[in-house]
Design a protein around this ligand. Structure first.
Ligand SMILES: Nc1ncnc2c1ncn2[C@@H]1O[C@H](COP(=O)(O)OP(=O)(O)OP(=O)(O)O)[C@@H](O)[C@H]1O
Ligand SMILES: [Mg+2]
Length: 261
């Protein structure tokens, strides 16, 4: 299945999947310009899995939207290796289309010829372990299955960088666990680079090779950790728990510090 995405072949050819250099972002607020992100510098290497962690409102989604090109930084620059694919907490599937047709639409927009789309959609459904769900409509799918289709649709874009904004936050713990396993497997099989946003420390440690902690108001990089725990990990593994405790301590400090400002 590794051949189904373009990434693996040219992984060595590019230096960065994403390069974020001295990025700041302000929004107009009731009391003037509000600085949301302050001087963020961060590279994602080809094939790397990075999680961005921070308290609610610290600017995680804002940063992801900037990397996606949905908005422009106030200062600094962002470059990506091609156009990234996006996956959000809400699946954003078209309810009037079947699972398969949702994926085919992404393939069509990506220029895949009509005759190839059906097979490719079936392949992608197999990759996310939804064989046989091609003809199902969105309302016939569970929350976990919908996120699998959303992941297949993101993968259909053949991007080398996948941006994920709390994609599993609305799922129950067991379903989330299964999808963590699936995402790790797909990441390993495809060689994609992933920038994954979450406020769940355990999730960040479970998935990533590197965890970046953002402070709040404005969002700055507070600290980063390399996660050298071998995959596949489980969220309840002792080393995952240990590192999560350390990171949570630091996150609490950031929240306290922000509270005192
Ligand atoms: N388009 C916008 N206009 C004005 N303010 C905005 C806009 N987008 C985000 N903000 C503000 O920027 C700050 C950061 O928002 P953002 O959505 O990036 O946080 P977050 O870290 O993703 O939070 P959460 O974990 O709750 O999703 C918030 O104070 C928010 O109100
Ligand atoms: Mg957000």
């Amino acid at each position: 299945m590794a051949t189904t995405l373009a990434k693996a072949d040219n992984a060595e050819a590019v230096e960065h999947a994403a390069r974020i250099e001295h990025v700041s972002k302000s929004f107009a607020g009731p009391t003037g310009q509000q600085l949301v992100l302050d001087d963020i510098t961060l590279d994602v290497a080809p094939g790397e899995f990075v999680t961005l962690l921070g308290a609610s409102g610290c600017g995680k989604s804002t940063l992801l939207n900037l990397v996606a090109g949905l908005d422009a930084p106030s200062q600094g620059s962002i470059t990506t290796d091609g156009r990234p694919a996006l996956m959000f907490q809400e699946h954003a599937l078209f309810p009037w289309l079947t699972a398969g047709k949702n994926i085919e639409l992404a393939l069509k927009l990506g220029g895949v010829p009509k005759n190839d789309r059906r097979d490719r959609a079936e392949e992608l459904l197999e990759l996310v372990r939804l064989n046989g769900s091609y003809g199902k409509r969105v309302h016939e799918l569970s929350g976990g299955m919908r996120q699998r289709v959303a992941l297949a649709r993101a993968l259909a874009q053949e991007s080398r960088l996948l941006l994920m904004d709390e994609p599993f936050a609305a799922l129950d713990a067991i379903t989330r666990d299964v999808l963590h396993d699936e995402l790790t497997r797909i990441w390993e099989e495809t060689g994609l680079s992933v920038l994954f946003v979450t406020h769940n420390v355990r999730e960040a440690v479970r998935l990533a090779q590197r965890v970046i902690l953002l402070s709040s108001r404005p969002g700055r990089i507070a600290q980063e950790w390399r996660v050298d725990i071998p995959q596949p990990r489980r969220i309840e593994d002792a080393p995952v728990a240990e590192l999560s405790i350390e990171i949570t301590e630091k996150l609490r400090e950031e929240i306290r510090r922000h509270g005192q400002q």
